[in-house]
Design a protein around this ligand. Structure first.
Ligand SMILES: Cc1cc2nc3c(=O)[nH]c(=O)nc-3n(C[C@H](O)[C@H](O)[C@H](O)COP(=O)(O)O)c2cc1C
Length: 331
């Protein structure tokens, strides 16, 4: 049996497979199922910035209804116990999960602005979260805003959250930056302890007969992992923070590939929707069997062997327009 332990965000994971953020980790039962299957860590489903703000508003309204409290004094209460509802359930889940399982539990927030919600990560820390993953995406659909305006929005959110917590913070980012490598470096320099490459969006599609939107592409396919392989391989060994590969990892082979590309940890979601949380056991076994067959005793012995810094042909990760594929391809 090989030693699968790995370091991610300063945490020691017993193996590099992480159950990524999803509805499957939105309950104690779900978290337990992943822990029982042997994953190295679990990311809870994301709490949305809007949910935190909504609870804040509800608390304010309740307080305003109290004759002894003047609306002007409400700011004082923003950081008190008065936030119930969704946020409280989320904090309860962290506390319960920490008691029930002995793997790191990573909280997740889906956010787009550095507004009033940024006091809340401290609550996640107090509830016992081992780290916080920020699922960040600023849709660049407002054409009056420059790329720099949008980039600064990411930095503002990260800075605000880092101000409030001492546990590690990672960013789950998209590949849609005009200068992805530089942004990744700037996130790490500002204090992000890890980058999750990449998040996957709800993408609108519609039916051509009844012209209604549908949800057809929620789960990924194994083919979706290629962009993650490329960028993990390009960034690996050059970053001041950890990398977690995510998207399209559906089996043990893909898990091995991401480690060879240079990721510190690997997240999976869609494969668990398809095969159940218990499938993690099989993926970890496949990693272990592959290491035994190759006689690797630790993950560090092969991590990054296929990263851009280590392969004989680094251009393989940068060439995107191959004449021979475009002209000579046949099935
Ligand atoms: C049903 C479903 C729910 C998800 N919920 C979240 C979420 O709450 N927060 C988040 O950051 N990502 C969420 N994701 C995205 C996954 O964490 C992951 O980034 C994405 O599915 C790509 O990984 P995969 O190819 O292994 O599925 C969700 C994905 C699915 C399929």
């Amino acid at each position: 049996m090989a030693d699968l332990t790995t370091q991610y965000l300063g945490l020691t994971l017993k193996n590099p497979l992480i159950a990524g953020s999803s509805g499957m980790s939105d309950s104690l039962q779900g978290v337990r199922a992943f822990a029982d299957a042997g994953v190295g860590a679990v990311v809870l489903r994301s709490l949305f910035e809007e949910e935190i703000l909504l609870d804040l508003e509800t608390s304010k309204r309740k307080l305003a209804a109290n004759a002894f409290i003047y609306p002007e004094s409400l700011e004082f209460y923003e950081d008190t116990e008065h936030h119930k509802e969704t946020t409280t359930s989320y904090l309860d889940l962290i506390e319960d999960a920490k008691k029930a399982v002995n793997i790191p539990v990573i909280a997740s927030i889906n956010c787009v602005s550095a507004s009033q919600w940024t006091y809340f990560p401290k609550r996640l820390q107090e509830a016992g979260a081992d780290a916080i993953e920020l699922n960040l995406f600023v849709m660049p659909s407002d054409f009056r805003r420059s790329a720099e305006d949008n980039e600064n929005q990411y930095f503002a959110i990260l800075d605000e959250v880092l101000k409030n917590v001492s546990i590690p913070v990672s960013l789950k980012i998209s590949p849609y930056f005009s200068n992805l490598g530089q942004m990744a470096h700037r996130f790490a320099e500002r204090g992000a302890k890890g980058l999750v490459l990449f998040n996957r969006f709800y993408n609108p599609d519609f039916d051509i007969d009844d012209l209604t939107f549908n949800n057809t592409h929620v789960l990924s396919t194994p083919a979706d992992m290629v962009n993650t392989i490329r960028w993990t391989a390009i960034l690996s060994g050059k970053m001041k923070c950890d990398l977690a590969a995510s998207t399209g990892v559906h089996n043990g082979e893909a898990l091995v590939k991401m480690l060879l590309a240079g990721s510190d940890a690997v997240q999976a979601v869609s494969t668990f929707y398809k095969n159940g949380a218990g499938y993690a056991t099989q993926m970890i076994k496949e990693l272990n069997d592959w290491m035994d067959a190759k006689r690797y005793k630790t993950i560090d012995e092969f991590r990054g062997m296929m990263s851009q810094a280590h392969v004989a042909n680094p251009a393989a990760y940068e060439r995107v327009q191959f004449m021979k594929y475009f002209r000579g391809f046949s099935k």
